[in-house]
Design a protein around this ligand. Structure first.
Ligand code: NAD
Ligand code: IPM
Ligand code: MN
Length: 358
C-alpha cells in the first residue's frame, strides 16, 4: 500500500485532481495495488478554512505519506494578503523547501496527434519533440536572503544565491538523465551578467570534464534559449537551469505541446521523496467551468507511480492511454480547434474516457 497526500488546492486544482483520482482507481484494480489517498487543504482554501495556507495537519499528512500529489494554489481572492501569507509563498515554496525538493523534472512532449496544436510549423518539430527541463527548485532568487521591501517602501531586494553544492547536485541529475536519453545537456544561464551564473557554468563544466565526458554539453544564455525554444526546439534534449529561468522556460515550452495544461512535473529530494504537480497554475479564468485540461495532473500522477512507487508499467500505461485518447480525437477546449476527426470534451468526460482506455 502506498500513502498519498492529495492536496488539490485552488481554482481548477480540485477539478483536475478528481480526474487523476479516477485514473489511480483504475490502476489500483488493474495492478492490484492500493493507494491510500488522504486529502487535505492547501493554499487559498486552507486560508479560508484554517487561516493559514499550510496548516500543521496538512504538513503532517505530507510527512507521513510516501508521496504528495499536488494541484495548484493561488488566485485573485488571496492576492491582497501580505506576501508571506499568500498561497504560493506561504504553502508551495515552504513545502518545496521543507522536503528539500531540489530537483524539478518537467518533461515536454508533443503528441503526434497534437502536432497541429503546436504553435510552430510542423517542419520544426518533425523529429518529434521530447525535452526534459531540469529546474533547480530550492535555491536561487526564490529563496536567497535577504529578501525584503524597505520600510519606507523606496526599494526592494531579492538575492540570487547558489552554493557549489546546490549547483553540483542538480547538474549531476541532468547528466545522469541525459545518459538515458540523447546524451545532450544544454545548461542555461546568464553568465554574461550574473555571478551565480559564472559559478554555475564553472561547476557544470568541471563536473562534466570529470565524470561525464560521454555527454555533449552546451552552454546557452537564457535569452537565446528562450528564442531557440521557439526557433528550433528539437535541438534540445535535457535543459539544465536554475530556479527562475526554469520556471519561465517551462511555461514557454508548454505551448509547444499545445497547452499549459499538458505538462506535469516531479519535484524530488535526495532520498527520492517526491511532490508531483502540473507546471501551470490555478487558471482562475476557467475555474469552475469543467473545461480545464486534466492532462498535466494525470501525467503528474503517472510520474508519481514511476519515481516514487517504481511502477513504471502503470505509468507507461497511463501515458499510452493518453496518447490513444488524443489520437482518437478527444480535446478539452484549450486544444480544441474544430479540426476534422476531433471532438470537444469536458474535464470530467476527458477523465472518464481516459479511465476507459486503461
Ligand atoms: P495559470 O497557469 O493559472 O494560467 C495561465 C493560462 O493558462 C490561463 O489562461 C489558464 O486558463 C491556462 N491554463 C492553465 N492550466 C490550464 C489547464 N489545465 N487547462 C486549460 N488551460 C489552462 O497562470 P496565472 O494565471 O499566471 O496564475 C493564476 C494563479 O495560479 C496565480 O495565483 C499563480 O500564482 C498561481 N500559480 C500556481 C502554481 C502552482 O500552484 N504550482 C503554478 C503557477 C501559477
Ligand atoms: C510553478 C509556479 C510557482 C513557481 C509559483 C506559483 C510559486 O509558477 O510551479 O511553476 O514559480 O515555482
Ligand atoms: Mn511557473
Amino acid at each position: 500500500m502506498f500513502k498519498v497526500a492529495v492536496l488539490p488546492g485552488d481554482g481548477i486544482g480540485p477539478e483536475v485532481m478528481a480526474q487523476a483520482m479516477k485514473i489511480l482507481k483504475k490502476i489500483e484494480k488493474k495492478y492490484s495495488v492500493k493507494f491510500d489517498c488522504k486529502f487535505s487543504d492547501v493554499g487559498g482554501i486552507a486560508i479560508d478554512n484554517y487561516g493559514e495556507p499550510l496548516p500543521q495537519h496538512t504538513l503532517k499528512l505530507c510527512e507521513e505519506s510516501d508521496a504528495i500529489l499536488f494541484g495548484s494554489v493561488g488566485g485573485p481572492k488571496w492576492e491582497n494578503l501580505p506576501p508571506e501569507k499568500q498561497p504560493e509563498r506561504g504553502a508551495l515554496l515552504p513545502l518545496r523547501k521543507h522536503f528539500n525538493l531540489f530537483v524539478n523534472i518537467r518533461p515536454v512532449k508533443v503528441y503526434p496527434a497534437l502536432k497541429e496544436s503546436c504553435s510552430l510549423k510542423d517542419k520544426f518539430i518533425q523529429q518529434g519533440l521530447d525535452i526534459v527541463i531540469l529546474r533547480e527548485l530550492t535555491g536561487g532568487i526564490y529563496f536567497g536572503q535577504p529578501k525584503y521591501i524597505s520600510e519606507d517602501r523606496n526599494y526592494a531586494v531579492d538575492t540570487m544565491k547558489y552554493t557549489v553544492e546546490e549547483i553540483k547536485r542538480i547538474a549531476k541529475v541532468a547528466f545522469e538523465t541525459a545518459r538515458l536519453r540523447k546524451k545532450i545537456v544544454t545548461s542555461v544561464d546568464k553568465a554574461n551578467v550574473l555571478m551565480t551564473s559564472v559559478l554555475w557554468r564553472e561547476i557544470v563544466t568541471e563536473l562534466w570534464e570529470k565524470d561525464y565526458p560521454d555527454i555533449k554539453l552546451n552552454h546557452m544564455y537564457v535569452d537565446n534559449a528562450a528564442m531557440q525554444l521557439v526557433r528550433n526546439p528539437s535541438q534540445f534534449d535535457v535543459i539544465l537551469t536554475e530556479n527562475m529561468f526554469g520556471d519561465i522556460l517551462s511555461d514557454e515550452a508548454a505551448m509547444l505541446t499545445g497547452s499549459l495544461g499538458m505538462l506535469p512535473s516531479a519535484s524530488l529530494n535526495e532520498r527520492g521523496f517526491g511532490l508531483y504537480e502540473p507546471i501551470g497554475g490555478t487558471a482562475p479564468d476557467i475555474a469552475g467551468q469543467n473545461i480545464a485540461n486534466p492532462t498535466a495532473q494525470i501525467l503528474s500522477a503517472a510520474l508519481m507511480l514511476r519515481y516514487s512507487f517504481k511502477m513504471d508499467d502503470a505509468a507507461r500505461d497511463i501515458e499510452n492511454a493518453l496518447e490513444n485518447l488524443i489520437a482518437k480525437g478527444a480535446r478539452t477546449s484549450d486544444i480544441f480547434y474544430g479540426d476534422p476527426g476531433t471532438y470537444k470534451v469536458s474535464t470530467e468526460e476527458f477523465g472518464d474516457e481516459l479511465a476507459e482506455l486503461i
